[in-house]
Design a protein around this ligand. Sequence first.
Ligand SMILES: Nc1nc2c(ncn2[C@@H]2O[C@H](COP(=O)(O)OP(=O)(O)OP(=O)(O)O)[C@@H](O)[C@H]2O)c(=O)[nH]1
Ligand SMILES: [Mg+2]
Length: 342
Amino acid sequence: MSFSVGIVGLPNVGKSTLFKTLTKKNVDIAPRPFTTINPNIGVVSVPDERLNKLAEIIKPEKTTPTVIEFVDIAGLVKGAHKGEGLGNQFLAQIRNCDAILNIVRVFKNPEVENVLGQIDPEKEIEVIRVELLMKDLESLEKIISRLDKKRDKKTSKKIEALKRIKQGVSQGRLISQIDLTSEEKLEIKEYQALTTKPILYILNSDNKPELSDIKFKHLIMNLKEEEEILELSESDKEELGLESHLDKLVVACYDILNLITFFTITGGKEVKAWTITKGSNSLRAGEAVHSDFKDKFIKADVIDWQQLVLSGSWSRAREKGLIKTVGKDYQVKDGDVLEFKI
Ligand SMILES: Nc1nc2c(ncn2[C@@H]2O[C@H](COP(=O)(O)OP(=O)(O)OP(=O)(O)O)[C@@H](O)[C@H]2O)c(=O)[nH]1
Ligand SMILES: [Mg+2]
């Protein structure tokens, strides 16, 4: 299963610069608004020291990290939900993503047009937030009126849940911030509403970490510098005292998506990292590995990655009694190594 993160923000804030740096794909980057029109899509390996440590003892033919997909979306402006700028379809592209990375401009460079006219991170955050909310409001209204036309007992309940959510949205609350019952959460899920998705803010700044009083979860990065670092050799980086923070960003995305990693070793042939949502059981994990697993799953052997590394090998871990056999309902933990039995 692969998860995707949409790179969102006003035009000219550095979205494609980040995308290029993350995915190493050559995309259009220019100091004019709306350079990106069609979305750029690419996958990025999730850095994980545990995978390397496991590979050192298992010595597999192949080591495969898990990946996250990034989507570089066209710039949004105020009124995008009504078709302003490049319009509405770009908001819709966010729907297919699992999380939002909102790039916010803090760098000044006068050669790069600023659509707000001045640096104002709080206002930028607000503009994007409002567009996401307005789009959700519009979708909810449409869904509710559609359901209203064929009202029966089942849809009545659904309509009530959606109306309550709509009320929160019209008061300016992101759906993720509204206190929903698990039933309401289930009702809204199928519509992939934009503001149900977790958001991480990237303050794109030319200066080394300035203090920021932004109250949302954020990272301060210099994306232009990240792009330049990409071109440097290890020794150049050391000499210039430059260090990339991209790994930190990828890990932070993983974090807001509420994901955990488990590993498989396929009898020693391939050490591979996999992604599942926190709280998943071993059957779900098995399905991530083999899509046709549902009826075949019998049991799984499991050990924490560190215990396996400390044991030195699978067979020694087994001798020490560290490998447990579990059924379908075992709740997978971050860092588990699983060997499925079918
Ligand atoms: N000084 C400075 N310039 C930057 C930084 N990040 C991006 N830029 C420049 O800003 C311009 C726009 O960058 P892009 O990455 O194309 O921005 P975008 O958000 O993808 O823009 P659109 O696709 O038009 O929405 C380019 O000239 C970049 O080199 C930064 O951190 N500092
Ligand atoms: Mg772009």
